[in-house]
Design a protein around this ligand. Structure first.
Ligand code: PHE
Length: 456
């Protein structure tokens, strides 16, 4: 029996939530330093290409799975397993495991944002100097990082336990327009800095010699992460879509919006980073290092800074809510039991809180745990996003392709009103069948070569 699911009140509601889940710390915190690590323009081009030919098609696949089965990822893949007698439930389990682990370290970074909110609030009432110590205070205090992460987990839990419609739609519709306006205003400001021409060259003039063997996989991993693909999140959102909504069009739009947002954030962060020549572009703290200082230099900076970090926090919250929602929806129905929503939410919250202890103590108690010059939090990030996530996405995609069959997939593209969207199908299935598995395999292979130091 298909459980009755809530559905979005409007088509707009779906877009808000899906875009809200996609745009988050991945765009603001992760994108700039990954671009820095991979040398700029050529990587940006690779990233945009991957978003188009790999991220968008996979996102569409997940939405279709959710919309046709009306289930979240574990139950949906189990259904596919029954139909095809291939062990697809493992793809669902793997995706869910990814959600759990990612949310645990995502919460730590969201906690950093909370820290800056507090700093800006304090600064608003006393001196500017108090604000600038931001990141180093955090890095020296693992307990504080964990405490902040637990505040974030608690807030996420409360939003999710209240239920889909009220919880999500209201938050997101309030936040996104405000944040968009603020970011646009700040970009106008950063683009008038003297470093702007250098930044434009750095971001948009591809120098392919800067790419390394790992770059293709870094682009693939980041695209999957930023589009929330490979975690089952988009399956959950698809399961709440209305019958008349067209999953392929929706998925494509979400992917495009998210990509444009990332590029815009590049225009915001890099001019400031170039100006402050002492900050390495490859540092995961890049955004947190450069933006607060910049915000303090402009008139009304404390106020803008406060709005910026509050909006950033709400964006991170939306993304976390998406992940948490997926975990809860799955825990709730796992093993055929139908637990009540808030029990499932509290159980999941406790688990994530426990897991988040490791990344939270990365810069203190676990400081010695280094791998290839990377601390624990960066190593977890790299292991998850660059190695496991492409495999998770591939597993899910294979389950969708083989489990649903071409006939069902084709019919998900049918739309009486829009002939154009029907003609997407042959392109989509070609990418799913041939191009994407090939790209993921190639990316992983090149990354292994890089690891064996055969790379430059
Ligand atoms: N896409 C989100 C971001 O870029 C992160 C995320 C991953 C959210 C997976 C939900 C699921 O911040």
């Amino acid at each position: 029996m298909t459980p009755i699911r809530g559905s979005w009140r409007t088509r707009f509601g779906f877009y808000l939530v899906a875009i809200g889940s996609a745009c988050g710390l991945g765009n603001l915190w992760r994108f700039p330093y990954v671009v820095g690590e991979n040398g700029g323009g050529a990587f940006v081009l690779l990233y945009a290409l991957m978003a188009l030919i790999l991220g968008a098609p996979l996102l569409i696949g997940e939405l279709i799975l959710g919309k046709t089965t009306r289930q979240s990822v574990m139950m949906a893949t189990r259904e596919l397993e029954k139909r095809s007698s291939l062990p697809f439930r493992w793809a669902g389990r793997f995706a869910l495991l990814m959600s759990l682990v990612v949310l645990s370290y995502y919460s730590v970074i969201a906690g950093w944002v909370l820290h800056f909110i507090v700093q800006f609030m304090l600064g608003l009432f006393s001196t500017k100097e108090e604000v600038t110590g931001g990141l180093s205070v955090l890095m020296g205090n693992g307990g504080l990082q964990w405490a902040l992460a637990s505040v974030h987990i608690l807030i996420t839990l409360i939003v999710v336990a209240k239920g889909v419609q009220e919880g999500l739609e209201r938050w997101i519709s309030a936040v996104m327009p405000l944040f968009a306006v603020l970011v646009c205003l700040l970009i106008i400001r950063t683009m008038s800095l003297p470093s702007a021409p250098d930044v434009l060259r750095f971001l948009f003039y591809p120098d392919f010699s800067k790419l390394t063997f790992a770059s293709l996989n870094h682009a693939i991993g980041h695209v999957l992460f930023t589009l929330s693909v490979g975690f089952g999140t988009m399956v959950t959102f698809g399961s709440y879509m209305r019958e008349q909504d067209h999953a392929p069009t929706a998925g494509f739009r979400v992917a495009m919006v998210d990509t444009v947002v990332s590029l815009a954030i590049g225009l915001l962060v890099f001019p400031v980073a170039f100006q402050a020549s002492n900050v390495p572009l490859t540092d995961p703290g890049l955004m947190f290092e450069v933006l607060p200082k910049f915000l303090l230099q402009i008139p009304g900076g404390l106020f803008f800074g406060l709005i910026f970090f509050v909006s950033l926090y709400l964006a991170a919250l939306n993304a976390s809510v998406g992940l948490f929602e997926t975990i809860v929806a799955n825990v709730k129905t796992s093993r055929g039991r139908n637990r009540d929503r808030s029990t499932a939410a509290w159980q999941s919250g406790a688990l994530i809180l426990g897991l988040s202890l490791f990344p939270a103590l990365s810069s203190t108690a676990f400081r010695r745990l280094e791998w290839n010059n990377h601390g624990l939090i960066e190593s977890i990030d790299s292991l998850l996003i660059n190695w496991l996530l492409p495999v998770a996405a591939l597993g899910l995609m294979f389950a969708i392709y083989r489990g649903m069959g071409e006939k069902a997939l084709r019919s998900a593209f049918l739309d009486q009103d829009r002939l154009v969207s029907q003609s997407m199908y042959p392109h989509w299935i070609f990418l799913i069948k041939w191009v994407i598995p090939g790209l993921i395999a190639l990316g992983l292979f090149l990354q292994v070569l890089g690891l064996l130091k055969l790379a430059p």
